[in-house]
Design a protein around this ligand. Structure first.
Ligand code: IPE
Ligand code: IPE
Ligand code: MG
Length: 246
């Protein structure tokens, strides 16, 4: 059934070059089953596999997943520990698979805050998958868009003080080049699961002209088919970028 959708979206038009996803609703998925929240996060790993496969199948080049925000550090320690443990588990389980499918993984965020084990796992998957050509997979962990923009501003100020750049040279390109996402085009499509109508400090700069797609589906229930439905909806949108439609 999802292959039928895949055929449709391939004939329909262009597939987004870059999809970003706020993977939300794990806690509610668990609560709905009277399970502890970490089991919802665990179930969410299957959906991560689904969307990676869906991107490979449909030819999306960049997939950026919001896995853990800087604000999420304020959750109870048991939940934070479970999420960090899951990150290590995910990496250990998936690294070979990702490399075999030519997926290159990058991890975006304040990695200094990760515990040594999680940090090691992150460095390991990045090194092991470097050079993958089929899909660039960005995992946003300990990520805050405002902190990312602050980092770019600070970098520019340091360069100006050192005389390597003059303020008049600071333009949108100069800022974009100093964000974590510098190597990739801005997302064309932002998907948020679980029905929440907010950005939650995700890619504030890069989403300037992304198409927004919010689905009530909770993240652990999200499948390749849901991804294809979102892409089909994207193909029906009229992207004007502030101009008059031609
Ligand atoms: C998303 O699910 C995963 C993370 C934010 C780490 P939540 O844990 O936010 O699930 P809800 O929103 O409470 O249902
Ligand atoms: C956003 O979800 C962060 C991630 C999906 C990793 P949250 O559940 O943390 O966001 P809010 O609290 O609903 O805004
Ligand atoms: Mg949430």
């Amino acid at each position: 059934m999802s292959d039928d959708l895949l055929r449709r979206l391939k004939v329909h038009g262009s597939v987004p070059a870059h999809i970003a996803i706020i993977m939300d609703g794990n806690g509610r998925w668990a609560r709905g089953r009277a399970l502890p929240r970490p089991l919802g996060h665990h179930a969410g790993m299957r959906a991560v596999r689904e969307v990676i496969q869906g991107c490979l199948d449909s030819g999306v080049g960049v997939l950026t997943l919001f896995a853990f925000s800087q604000e999420n550090w304020q959750r109870p320690a048991v939940e934070v520990d479970a999420l960090m443990g899951l990150l290590e588990e995910y990496i250990a389980r998936e690294v070979d698979n990702l490399r075999a499918r030519s997926v290159s993984v990058r991890v975006l965020g304040d990695l200094e805050r990760l515990a040594p084990g999680a940090r090691k796992a992150v460095d390991w998957i990045v090194a092991q998958t470097a050079g993958g050509q089929e899909l660039a997979l960005n995992l946003c962990i300990s990520y805050s868009a405002r902190a990312e923009i602050v980092g770019a501003a600070r970098q520019l100020a340091e360069e100006a003080v050192a005389g390597r750049i003059v303020p008049a040279e600071i333009d949108e390109e100069a800022i974009a080049r100093r964000l974590y996402t510098a190597p990739w085009p801005d997302p064309d499509l932002l998907i948020r699961t679980s029905g929440e109508m907010r950005i939650s400090n995700f890619l504030l700069w890069q989403l300037a002209y992304a198409e927004l797609y919010v689905t009530p589906v909770l993240w652990p229930d999200f499948t390749r088919r849901h991804l294809f439905e979102a892409i089909l909806e994207f193909q029906r949108r009229d992207r004007r970028f502030g101009r008059v439609p031609v």
